[in-house]
Ligand binder design. Structure first.
Ligand code: NAD
Ligand code: SER
Length: 315
């Protein structure tokens, strides 16, 4: 990886990934792109407005900047995809196949994230294996499974160097999440700081995998830099750092804000999605094949989140 184009670069992951890539590979070697216009950043740093459903535009920007890697992040997340399933199909599948075609035509390395959403109610819920049943019941899940298969297809049939991870819910403070089922795990910190209270749309005992953003960014770079001869899997690796339910976040927050209270007002759509996903996936294939290891557990992440959003944490 020497020159990288990132799609969906203004989103929750992209906004931090672009910064991190620029620190490692150099400011001018990372081309941020998004359907939205960038606001409030230096015009000297490369950024292009690109709608990933416009294949010609994506191709010409990749060619013009002579990139050697695409990190394809533009997508509609799980809760929004349930509201607009046709748009989700067009963006999540149409954008992906366009990005893969650009990578094939220009011979680029390729990364795109899958998700815990690629699993469904018939998948084993605990220690979910790397290779297992994938019959998701959401449009997002259908897109993610098809996307994994498509990326493997491009690897097997065209020799394209495609790699991916199944991200859990990501928790971060730089850019708000974009309409997923796990967004509560970000909102809870802001509400704890502002109101010492949060009403969760996910039920008390519903466990899902989670991860703090620095671990998620390290994972992309580690996987993309990994020796390909060590990779038995490609699209996509299970990775997780934390398995938690809303009550676990409350307990972690109460260590710093003892009078924080958690109540529940369940959203049936997001609750149904959450219940169809695993409690805890097994990341051992990622650890074995490219050394994945998360640094943040729920306590370390809670302290970091509260500090970053401006809560004074006593040392
Ligand atoms: P996000 O919703 O925060 O950002 C998506 C970005 O894509 C936005 O900036 C949006 O403007 C842009 N976009 C939308 N339509 C576009 C189009 N037609 N062309 C170009 N850009 C467009 O999403 P995210 O959380 O950063 O997720 C990025 C990827 O990671 C997605 O594939 C998502 O499924 C996956 N993922 C995210 C999480 C998570 O918790 N954030 C977990 C698992 C997987
Ligand atoms: N955080 C994502 C979502 O809830 C997981 O893919 O959609």
């Amino acid at each position: 990886m020497k020159k990288i184009l990132v799609t969906g670069a203004l989103g929750q992951i992209g906004s931090e990934l672009v910064e991190k890539l620029r620190d490692i590979y150099g400011d001018t070697n990372v081309i941020g792109t998004d359907i939205r216009k960038r606001a409030g950043q230096s015009d000297e740093l490369p950024f292009e407005t690109v709608d990933v459903t416009d294949a010609d535009r994506l191709y010409s920007v990749a060619k013009e900047h002579q990139v050697d890697t695409i990190m394809h992040l533009a997508a509609l997340l799980s809760a929004n995809a349930e509201k607009k399933p046709k748009l989700a199909w067009d963006l999540n599948m149409g954008g992906l196949v366009n990005a893969l075609e650009v990578a094939r035509e220009l011979d680029l390395q390729f990364f795109t994230p899958s998700s815990i959403g690629a699993f469904g109610p018939s998948t084993p819920k605990d220690n979910t294996p790397q290779d297992t049943l994938q019959r998701p019941t959401t449009m997002y899940g259908v897109n993610k499974v098809a996307g994994e298969l498509l990326c493997d297809y491009y690897y097997n049939h065209f020799g394209l160097d495609t790699r991916g991870v199944r991200y859990p819910g990501l928790i971060s403070h730089a850019t708000p999440p974009g309409g997923g089922t796990t967004d509560y795990a970000v909102e809870i910190y802001y509400e704890a700081m502002k109101h010492k209270a949060y009403s969760s749309y996910i039920a008390e005992n519903t466990y899902m995998d989670m991860m703090y953003m620095p671990d998620a960014l390290d994972a992309i770079i580690q996987l993309m830099e990994a020796d390909p001869t060590n990779l038995k899997h490609r699209n996509a690796f299970n990775i997780s750092a934390i398995s938690a339910a809303p009550k676990d976040f409350a307990k972690a927050i109460q260590k710093y804000i003892p009078d924080f209270t958690l109540s529940y007002d369940i959203d049936p759509i997001r609750q149904e999605i959450a219940e169809s996903w695993p409690n805890h996936i097994d990341s051992s294939a990622a650890t074995k094949e490219w050394g994945f290891k998360a640094k943040y557990d729920i306590d370390k992440m809670t302290r970091a989140m509260l500090e970053h959003i401006g809560y004074k944490v006593d040392s």
